[in-house]
Structures are given as C-alpha cells and as structure tokens.
Design a protein around this ligand. Structure first.
Ligand SMILES: [Fe+2]
Ligand SMILES: [Fe+2]
Length: 169
C-alpha cells in the first residue's frame, strides 16, 4: 500500500508528465506553423513518450492499491523565437523534470518505500537519455543556426525519428 505522501507526489508526477506531453505538443504546433515538418515530427514522438511516462506511473499507483487523481494541466507557451529557442526550452524543461524525479527518489527513500524507489530507477535512467537527446540537438543547432541549408538537413534528420513502441519509451 502506498503512503498518502508517496501517492500524492506520484500523482503530481503524472501531472508533470502530462504537462510535458502538452508542452511538446505545443512545440509541435509551433514547428508545423513555421513549416519544419521534421522538428514537428520529433516533438510528436516526444509527446507520445511523455504520455507513456504518465501511464507508467498511473499503472504503478493502481498496482500498489493507490488512487490516481488527475489535476488540471497548465497551459504551455505557444510561441518561440526560433527552432533553437524551442530546443533550448525543451532541454531546460527536461532538466527540471530530472530534479522532480530526484526529489521523488529521495522521498521514497525517506518513507522507506523500496518498491517505489525501484520503480523510479527507470525514470532516473530515462532522464539521462532525455537530457542527452535535447542537449545534442541544441548543440547541433547552435553550430548550424546561421545556415538555412544545414537547418533544412537537420529538419530532415529529425523527421526520421519513429514512434516508440510499447516498452521502449
Ligand atoms: Fe517524462
Ligand atoms: Fe521527458
């Protein structure tokens, strides 16, 4: 059985993951509007990943006999000044989420909830990936941003990112 404290923070993390999905969906819409279809595709896949993260926590709460409680999802920003600004915001957002996950790990340890601690390890590793993916794109864009041709190529490359299948999100 989950303690009330752990249940509350896990529910909070469902909200954070759904906000991530909402944010990436807003970024997708921005890229559609400026005709970068490849960057839009990357954001679409990212949205699917975040929805899957929320679902993972949702299922875990239920497995542990807890109660899922859904709150309102905050409004994401809708405009950015450049593709680079979007990916910088995505990178910053992932760093923030890493902080949230680390906070959850610490709370689970404090509450001696080892099952939740083990469950969260997946998210700890996932955040390493998430930060790496976003920061690599930021790095490339910082190099290429003044070259329209290079940005076109990068857009094409990110357009190849495939939807994730169950289990490998
Ligand atoms: Fe996530
Ligand atoms: Fe993420």
């Amino acid at each position: 059985m989950l303690s009330k404290k752990v249940q509350d923070v896990l529910n909070g993390q469902i909200n954070a993951e759904l906000y991530s999905a909402y944010l990436y969906s807003a970024m997708e819409a921005y890229f559609q509007s400026v005709n970068f279809q490849g960057f839009a595709n990357w954001m679409r896949v990212q949205t699917q990943e975040e929805t899957a993260h929320a679902r993972k926590i949702y299922d875990f709460i239920n497995e542990r006999g807890g109660r899922v409680i859904l709150e309102a999802i905050a409004r994401p920003p809708g405009e950015w000044k450049s593709p680079l600004a979007v990916f910088e915001a995505a990178y910053k957002h992932e760093q923030k989420v890493t902080g949230l996950i680390n906070g959850l790990v610490e709370l689970a340890a404090k509450e001696k909830d080892h099952a939740t601690g083990i469950f969260l390890q997946w998210f700890v590793s996932e955040q390493v990936e998430e930060e790496k993916n976003a920061s690599e794109i930021v790095g490339k864009m910082q190099l290429l941003k003044d070259s329209a041709g290079a940005m076109y190529m990068l857009d094409k490359e990110l357009g190849k990112r495939n939807s994730v299948s169950e289990g490998e999100e």
